[in-house]
Ligand binder design. Structure first.
Ligand code: ATR
Length: 280
């Protein structure tokens, strides 16, 4: 590779578990591009300095994983609307003047996955029920509101966390305690699990879908296993479902396009490659 090879990387701490190098490596090869995508561990005590002086890293851009998404956003001169709303950036690049720019593509990843696997899913843009109130929920609520959903119910074990998201996003969102779920499901066009419940090694998500209209779409951000207990239960009663793997893959698309100049596809081969690597 020449000294002009464009280099990007996953940054965070740790970064060993990240599938981003596999995803970007697949796209670089598929498009025959001369570029590199590696792993750069950034120990927490060096994070502020690393992102503030990002240009010194020799990278043209980066993805950011836990625990540095907030520190990275704070170091950016420019943020897109999603990163501003979340106070967290997962995609970085340098503009022509060398200023650090940040985006948060988690919400776009969520939308891209549903657009690909359930075309027309947002026709009604009506009522969504979101389970959980962490960082993933924040990205998904932002995405649903930006797409035009009129009502987003946020249901969380800890009511206060759901309420703070309602306070942030305002009209259109409403926080609820878990015991209201049965009634809320009766109104839902879309049900999203943003908690880690149902993931291999975690407690199952205990939920009764009896009141959910059969026309509602059900999706989960968990992708190991690919077909979670929630999705199995939904499929059995006739609801359309979308698994969470595509959100992980689609959130990588905007960064690749910006760094390497080609908008890549989330194709079947990529899904299979990542699933094999996950051992799912
Ligand atoms: P992330 O940033 O990935 O979304 P997080 O901030 O840790 O992760 O959020 C995890 C979400 O899963 C939270 O909504 C959490 O509920 P609490 O706010 O009550 O902690 C939810 N969650 C985790 N374990 C749970 C459990 N056993 N039962 C119900 N909800 C759970």
């Amino acid at each position: 590779m020449s000294g002009h090879t464009k280099k990007a990387a996953i940054t965070g701490f740790p970064v060993d578990q990240s599938r981003s190098p596999l995803v970007h490596g697949y796209w670089l090869k598929k498009h025959g591009l001369e570029g590199e995508y590696g792993r750069v561990p950034v120990p927490p005590e060096t994070a502020t300095a690393f992102y503030k002086d990002f240009a010194a890293s020799g990278l043209i851009g980066a993805n950011v994983t836990v625990p540095h998404k907030e520190v990275a956003a704070a170091a950016c001169a420019h943020l897109d609307d999603a990163a501003k709303a979340m106070g967290a950036a997962n995609t970085l690049w340098l503009d022509e003047s060398g200023a650090l720019c940040g985006a948060n593509t988690d919400g776009l990843g969520f939308l891209g996955n549903l657009d690909q696997l359930a075309p027309g899913w947002d026709t009604a843009c009506g009522t969504a029920v979101v389970l959980g109130a962490g960082g993933a929920a924040r990205a998904i609520i932002w995405a649903l509101l930006s797409r035009g959903f009129t009502t987003v119910h946020i249901v969380n074990r800890t009511f206060e966390k759901a309420k703070s998201l309602e306070d942030q996003f305002g009209s259109g969102t409403k926080a609820h305690a878990w015991d209201k779920l049965g009634t809320l499901l009766g109104e839902a066009d879309l049900l999203v699990n943003t908690t880690a419940l149902g993931m291999t090694g975690k407690a199952p998500l205990e939920i009764d879908l009896d009141t959910l209209p059969v026309s509602a779409l059900v999706t989960d951000i968990v992708y190991a296993p690919l077909e979670t207990g929630l999705l199995k239960q939904a499929t059995k009663r006739g609801n359309k479902t979308v698994d969470g793997l595509g959100m992980l893959l689609h959130q990588a698309v905007p960064g690749f396009k910006r760094w390497f100049g080609v908008r890549p596809e989330v194709d079947k081969e990529l899904r299979e490659l990542v699933l094999a690597d996950l051992g799912v």
